[in-house]
Each structure stands twice: as structure tokens, then as C-alpha cells.
Design a protein around this ligand. Sequence first.
Ligand code: SF4
Ligand code: SF4
Length: 382
Amino acid sequence: MNYRTLGRTGLTVSEIGLGSEYFAKQTVEAGVALVNAATGAGVNYFDLFNPEPHVRDVFGIAMQGRRGEFIMQAHLCSAWIDGQYKRTRDMDQVKAAFTDLMTRLKTDYIDVGMVHYVDEQKDFDQVFGGPVIEFAKEQKAAGHIRHIGMSTHNPRVAIQAVKSGLIDVIMFSINPAYDILPPNEDINVMFDKASYETVLANIDPERQELYSLCESQGVAITVMKPYGGGSLLSAEASPFGAAMSVAQCLHYCLTRPGVATVLAGAVNKEELMEAVAYCDASDAEKDYAKLLSSCPAHPFTDKCMYCGHCAPCTAGIDIASVNKFADLCQAQRMVPETVREHYNVLSVKASACVKCGQCETRCPFGVKIVEHMQKAVDIFGE
Ligand code: SF4
Ligand code: SF4
């Protein structure tokens, strides 16, 4: 297992985390066995959004006697009312669900208290201007929540949450298919097949801005839906008209700026191990560049995907890193100090480019690298 820092929280998390999407349909025993298999494989980051009481019990049992081995991202505002899931902003329900969460987890703290599912602007305004965020802040002050997070599918809302300075972690849906879609408040409209008929190729600028903002501000992204609900794994269902592998999907997410961990959903131990195997996969197995640059529909072009295929540079420039740092600045229309520091650490700067053009012949996305190097010089001054 590989580990990364969860942004400014400073926590060390496994690159592959476990989402609890499929736990609701499992018995407590099967759930505990799956969690144990995950920790045995080095997974230490878990998302718990489920309101179903028995799923909370699964984690309470699995964590007993070894709370420190788990970094729990558990959701606020996800309640179990009259035997049904309900996303709620009713404070009586929010508080009761939180008490139930802590009781069933048998713990006195959760690492990331994730405000659940904020996609609409109106909802965001109410959550961040009302009692929900105040409750989260109170719980943080009391030590019951170590860090506040928010889950969303809407980059426009996510950007506002990051800019609020109140959250340290954002749970966001990332995969190459969602990345080409413009923001929408309605998840059903956004992820509908018809939405792909009108969009252009390449990453939506607001999503790019979100990733850049998160990286420069130290707000960690934890990824949900890395396989697009499974559609990306099938040529028939994928909007690209070509199937990606699990390793390619995970690698795509983990090469986006700001991403700390990907929450892989797993029905059973086999699916979990397929995701964990990413850490031992070869570069060729993880490589998504060829597929995305040549897929039958929506090919990505002239946009650096940080894949590294252009290496080696004649002058020794780390082209993918230079492009990434320049993109971070362009997305935010400024040069954040943290990004400048990262650029300064590069041993060879973009100004060393001798315009030989060798790299451009190797780039599968047709990026005009010589122009990009000049742009980086304009941004960073060297
Ligand atoms: S310039 Fe092209 S080959 Fe190089 S990292 Fe970017 S997308 Fe990959
Ligand atoms: S064109 Fe510039 S960036 Fe590309 S290989 Fe040559 S020196 Fe390196």
C-alpha cells in the first residue's frame, strides 16, 4: 500500500480507501470480514455515509481495541428515519444521528466529520450559513470531530466550500467521464448519458479550478465514484466507447491535483483486492493516456493529463510537473506561494527548454509543450 498526506490535516492515509456503498446489503459478519481484509491490506481510510444502523455496528466491531488503525470519514446529516435513509438538515435529526454514530462506533472521536451531500447552491447557503456548520464547529471544538469535510458532486459548490476556509477535506466524484461534464445541481441530470451529447472534450474548467484550489490550499480530496458507478469498466456503458481497467480509473484519480485517497467501493474481498492491487500495478497497467487520447468518443486533446509520456526531456525538465504547477496558477489566475515553492524545488526550470520538440512527438494528447514551457516561464519568471 502507498500512503499520502491528507492535505493540511497532516494525517497519513492509504491511497486506496474503502467506501461503504455496498455494506448496507451485507450482514454484520460479512461487513466486519471485509473491513478486516482491508486493514490487512494496509487500508486505513474509510468512508461511512450509511445511515443503516447495522453498517455503523460493523465499524464499531471492527475498530474495537484498535481505533488508532482507522481514519474514519463519517457523515453528518445522513439519518435513518422510519427505516429509511434521509439526508437531513433538521437539527434534531442531525444530532440524533450523530449520537447514534458515535455510540455504534464505540468511539469518542471521528477523524473527518463529513457534511453530507451538498450539491445545490441554496442548500450550500443554508448549511454554511446556518446551524449545520455551527454544529460541526461545536463538535470540532469539543474534540468529537477532528476535521470538518463536505461531500458534493458539484464543483461550483465545492469551490465555495474550499474558499470558506472551514473544511479540510472534500469528498468529490472524480473520473474521466465526470471530468468533462459542466457543473449541475442535479446529480441525475449531470450523470445522465444524454449530458455527454453536448459537452466538449477535456476537463471542465471549474473542475480543474477545484483541483488546483484544493492542492494549493491543502484541502484534501477524497474521491468517490472512481469507476463512474461501474460504467467506465464497460465499453458499452462508458461514454468514451472504450472500457477502462480498475487500475486505470484509480490512477486517473490519483494523478489529479489535490487528491489524497480514492474510496473504492467493493462488494466482496475479490473486488477490494483488485483495487488494492493498484499499488503493485506496472506503469503500463495504470496508463490511461493512450485510451483517453484515442477513445471513439470525447478524446482528450491539447490538455496536459500529467501522464509523463513526454519524458525524457532533452534538457532534463520534468514537463508533467511544470505543466501541473502552471495549470494550478492559471486555474486560480494567481501564483499561490505554495505552488511557487513547489516550482522552485524543481532542479531544471522551464526556461531550460531548447525547443527541440522531441517531447511533443511523444505526447499522446497533442499538447503544445514548447508553448506550455514558455507560458510557465512567463508565470514563474524562470
Ligand atoms: S505534456 Fe503530454 S505526455 Fe507530457 S505529461 Fe502532459 S499529457 Fe502527458
Ligand atoms: S522541446 Fe523543450 S521541453 Fe520538450 S524535450 Fe525539448 S527541451 Fe525538453
